[in-house]
Design a protein around this ligand. Structure first.
Ligand code: NAD
Ligand code: TYD
Length: 339
């Protein structure tokens, strides 16, 4: 079995490659990644010498490069993680989000049609459902919840999802889609809430909480997401959408306070800053379908997962220090200086 994993030098794709090569040691895994600011080859260092692994630097929007790779490898499965993934960046500059997240998906699926595959899997997000009100804890996103996006990021992911479903209906492409809640864990780029707060706290820098910090996210340890995708690509029903989430809703401010506590840093580092434009209030997944059909359940409790994650950032300082000492500094200045 040969599997192409796009965006494998990023956070979730990288974790997926590590998980997949351990779980399926005889399968061949090819990572296709453009190495944008979010892609990091050091994430893949542990597997670079594995004879069943190959890294190819290419843009998923580059039709010729994608077709060349399909021609060489004839993959059975394609899992598309490659995306522009940060909401704040999408608010500053939507265009690259439409390009990579929608056109890139089209180019990949066209190659799948041309060369033939057994499965194309689209890694999507719960953000395509928009948000839920804070005062309705009884409401959850199901696969039937209407698409109702808030940010250019979520709109581009929703556009891609619709295209994937259209390729199934129109061309019979064997697709699946997963829509997961917020992930956390090793190799998470430090522009996102949890790694940003860990890195800033370790450097005794202010911890910028948007608005009042009362927005709720449903956090899932990244390995649980990887296990769910592995189940879906092998046993999931073609043409179906699967929601993934662990019933672990937390307010942003509570997460930031917990990180302070775990690192022995004072809460006085917390700084309330201008809210994100269009900020979604609450995400909450109902994972009944994937549990009933595929037996998936999250295995890592948040209390353990956050400890493991913090330990990883403490033990792998060079991984994130290299990132925050580079081009990231300009981004940080631009995004946070005037908040
Ligand atoms: P990430 O930003 O950490 O990594 C994205 C990767 O894609 C990087 O390696 C980057 O170099 C690569 N990439 C970007 N544009 C590319 C292009 N045009 N061609 C080839 N490669 C390209 O993202 P992530 O957090 O790992 O998210 C992966 C996927 O999971 C995304 O599709 C995202 O929408 C989805 N998702 C993320 C979360 C989350 O909490 N992070 C939750 C649900 C779904
Ligand atoms: P983020 O990690 O960007 O994920 P998403 O927006 O996709 O859920 O943000 C998680 C939450 O944390 C979100 O409500 C915005 C908030 N947030 C802050 O309060 N401060 C920050 O510096 C960042 C990056 C996010």
């Amino acid at each position: 079995m040969t599997i192409i994993v796009t965006g494998g030098a990023g956070f979730i794709g990288g974790n997926f490659i590590h998980y997949y090569l351990k779980k399926h040691p005889v399968d061949r895994v090819i990572c296709l990644d453009k190495l944008t600011y979010a892609g990091n080859l050091s994430t893949l260092k542990p597997v670079m010498d594995n004879p069943n692994f190959r890294f190819v630097k290419a843009d998923i929007c580059d039709r010729a490069a994608v077709e060349r790779l399909f021609d060489e490898e004839h993959p059975d499965i394609v899992v598309n993680f490659a995306a522009e993934s940060h909401v704040d960046r999408s608010i500053e500059n939507p265009e690259i989000f439409l390009q990579t997240n929608i056109i890139g998906t089209e180019v990949l699926m066209d190659a799948c049609r041309k060369y033939g595959i057994t499965r194309y899997h689209q890694v999507s997000t719960d953000e395509v459902y928009g948000d839920l009100p804070l005062d309705r804890p009884d409401l959850f996103f199901t696969e039937q919840t209407p698409i109702h996006t808030s940010s250019p990021y979520s709109s581009s992911k929703a556009g891609a999802d619709l295209l994937v479903l259209a390729y199934h209906r129109t061309y019979g492409l064997p697709v699946t889609i997963s829509r997961c809640s917020n992930n956390y864990g090793p190799y998470h780029f430090p522009e996102k809430l949890i790694p940003l707060m860990i890195a800033n706290a370790l450097n005794d820098k202010p911890l910028p909480v948007y608005g009042e910090g009362i927005n709720v996210r449903d956090w899932l340890y990244v390995e649980d997401h990887c296990k769910a995708i592995d189940l879906i690509i092998h046993d999931g029903r073609v043409g179906e959408v699967y929601n993934i989430g662990g019933h672990n809703e937390m307010k942003n401010i509570d997460i930031v306070k917990l990180i302070c506590k775990e690192l022995g840093k004072p809460e006085s580092l917390i700084t309330y800053v201008t809210d994100r434009k269009g900020h979604d209030m609450r995400y909450a997944i109902d994972p009944t379908k994937i549990h009933n059909e595929l037996g998936w359940l999250p295995e890592t409790k948040f209390a353990d997962g956050i400890k493991k994650t913090i330990k990883w950032y403490l033990e792998n300082r060079e991984w994130w220090e290299e990132i925050i000492s580079g081009e990231y500094q300009n981004y940080y200045e631009k995004m946070y200086a005037r908040r």
